[in-house]
Design a protein around this ligand. Structure first.
Ligand code: NAD
Ligand code: TYD
Length: 361
C-alpha cells in the first residue's frame, strides 16, 4: 500500500485525479490536503468510488507544521502537487495569493519532503516521489509558425499566474539537482471536463449559453489553446509518477489546437442539437466581443513526443468527444452548478471581470 499526499484535490483536476486513483487498480491510500478556496469544493468529492482509501484534510499548503504532521502520520511516500491559484484573469487583478500559494506553498512542501525523506530518512529514497503539476503557460506565447513547446523550450511567462508557476517549477527542479530529491514535473496544456469551476472558458460558455447570457469573447477570439480532456491528463500524471525518471519534465497536451471561437462554436452546435426547443437557439447569437485580457498569450501548442515515446501515453479524447462528455456532465449536474455558482465570491468575480470589460448583461 502506497500513501499519496494529493494537494489541491478538491479543485478541478485534483478531484478528477482522486477519482482516477480510486477507480483505477492503483491500491494507493490518498490524503487530500486542500484549503477549500473559492475554487475548491467538497461537492467535487461527493460519491467517490472506494471512499475508504481517501482522507480529506482541510488546510493550507503554507502550514509547514500541518504538512510535516501529514507526512509523518500517514507515512507519505508520494506527493502529487496540484494546489495552486490558477486563473490568469484573477492573477491580473490580484497577484499576491499566487505568489503565496504557488511559490511559497510549493517551497513549503519541498522543505517538508526534504526534511522527512532526506534528512530523517523516513522512507527509502527509491520509494518516494514528489510530482509537481504545472502548465504550458510557463513557456509564454507562440507566433503562428513557431514550433510547439518542447521540454527544452526556454521559460518566458507572461502573466503573474504563469510567472508564479514558472518560479515553482524552478524550485522543484533545484531540489533534485541540489539535494537529490526524486522529483518529476509535468507541464500540461488547458484542461476541460467535469467539475471545472465556471470562471474558465469552457464551463463559463456552457453555463452562459444554457441560461441565455452573453458569451464573452476576449479580443478577436482567435487565440489558440491546446485543449486536453481532464481524464487524459490524470492518466498521464499517474504514468509520470509511476514511470517517469526523477529529475525529468514531461509535456502533456491534447493534440487539439482550435481558436477560441471554434471552441465556443463547438459548444453552441452541441447545445443547438441537444436542446432544439431552447429559446437561445442558435446559441452562437449570444457571442459578444469584449475588451481583451492584458498580455493575452496568442497561441499555445505542446510537443508531446517525449511522453508518447518514453511512456507510451497519448490523449484518448478528441475535442469533439471530450466536449460532448463535458456538456453532458454539466447538463446532468444542475445541483453542482447551483452549489458552486451561488457562492457570493463567484457572482462578485463575474461582476468585476465582465462589467469592467464592457459586457452588457
Ligand atoms: P483549481 O483552481 O480548480 O483548484 C485548485 C485547488 O487548490 C482548489 O481546490 C483550492 O482550494 C486548492 N488550493 C488553493 N490554494 C491552496 C492552498 N494554499 N493550500 C491548499 N490548497 C489550496 O485548479 P486546477 O485547474 O484543478 O489546476 C490544478 C493544478 O494543475 C494547478 O497547479 C494548475 O497550475 C495546474 N494546471 C491546470 C491546468 C488547467 O487547464 N486547469 C492546465 C495545466 C496545469
Ligand atoms: P481560460 O479558460 O481562462 O484559460 P487560460 O487563460 O489559462 O488559457 O481562457 C482560455 C482562453 O479563453 C483564453 O484565450 C482566454 C479566453 N477567454 C475568453 O475569450 N472569454 C472568457 O470569458 C474567458 C474566461 C476566457
Amino acid at each position: 500500500m502506497r500513501n499519496v499526499l494529493v494537494t489541491g484535490g478538491a479543485g478541478f483536476i485534483g478531484s478528477n485525479f482522486v477519482r482516477y486513483l480510486l477507480q483505477a487498480d492503483t491500491g494507493v491510500q490518498i490524503v487530500n490536503l486542500d484549503k477549500l478556496t473559492y475554487a475548491g469544493s467538497l461537492e467535487n468529492l461527493s460519491d467517490l468510488p472506494d471512499p475508504d482509501r481517501h482522507i480529506f484534510v482541510e488546510g493550507d499548503i503554507l502550514d509547514s507544521e500541518l504538512v510535516e504532521c501529514l507526512f509523518r502520520d500517514h507515512d507519505i511516500d508520494m506527493v502529487v502537487h496540484f494546489a495552486a491559484e490558477t486563473h490568469v484573469d484573477r492573477s491580473i487583478f490580484g497577484p499576491a495569493d499566487f505568489i503565496q500559494t504557488n511559490i511559497i506553498g510549493t517551497f513549503t512542501l519541498l522543505e517538508a519532503a526534504r526534511k522527512l525523506w532526506l534528512t530523517e530518512e523516513l522512507k527509502p529514497l527509491e520509494q518516494v516521489r514528489f510530482h509537481h503539476v504545472s502548465t504550458d503557460e510557463v513557456f509564454g506565447t507562440l507566433a503562428p509558425d513557431d514550433p510547439a513547446f518542447a521540454e527544452t523550450t526556454p521559460y518566458a511567462p507572461n502573466s503573474p499566474y504563469a510567472a508564479s508557476k514558472a518560479s515553482s517549477d524552478h524550485l522543484v527542479r533545484s531540489y533534485y539537482h541540489t539535494y537529490g530529491l526524486p522529483v518529476t514535473i509535468s507541464n500540461c496544456s488547458n484542461n476541460y471536463g467535469p467539475y471545472q469551476f465556471p470562471e474558465k472558458l469552457i464551463p463559463l460558455m456552457i453555463l452562459n449559453a444554457l441560461t441565455g447570457k452573453p458569451l464573452p469573447v476576449y479580443g478577436d477570439g482567435k487565440q489558440i489553446r491546446d485543449w486536453l480532456y481532464v481524464e487524459d491528463h490524470c492518466e498521464a500524471i499517474w504514468l509520470v509518477v509511476e514511470q517517469g525518471k526523477p529529475g525529468e519534465t514531461y509535456n502533456i497536451g491534447g493534440n487539439n489546437q482550435p481558436v477560441n471561437l471554434e471552441v465556443i462554436g463547438t459548444i453552441c452546435d452541441i447545445l443547438d442539437e441537444w436542446l432544439p426547443a431552447s429559446p437561445n437557439v442558435p446559441h452562437d447569437q449570444l457571442i459578444q466581443y469584449v475588451t481583451d485580457r492584458p498580455g493575452h498569450d496568442r497561441r499555445y501548442a505542446m510537443n508531446i513526443k517525449k511522453i508518447e515515446q518514453e511512456l507510451g501515453w497519448k490523449p484518448r479524447e478528441s475535442l469533439s468527444t471530450g466536449m460532448q462528455k463535458t456538456v453532458r456532465w454539466y447538463l446532468d449536474h444542475p445541483d453542482w452548478v447551483t452549489a458552486v455558482s451561488d457562492q457570493s465570491d463567484y457572482q462578485s468575480w463575474i461582476d468585476k471581470n465582465y462589467v469592467e470589460r464592457g459586457e452588457v448583461e
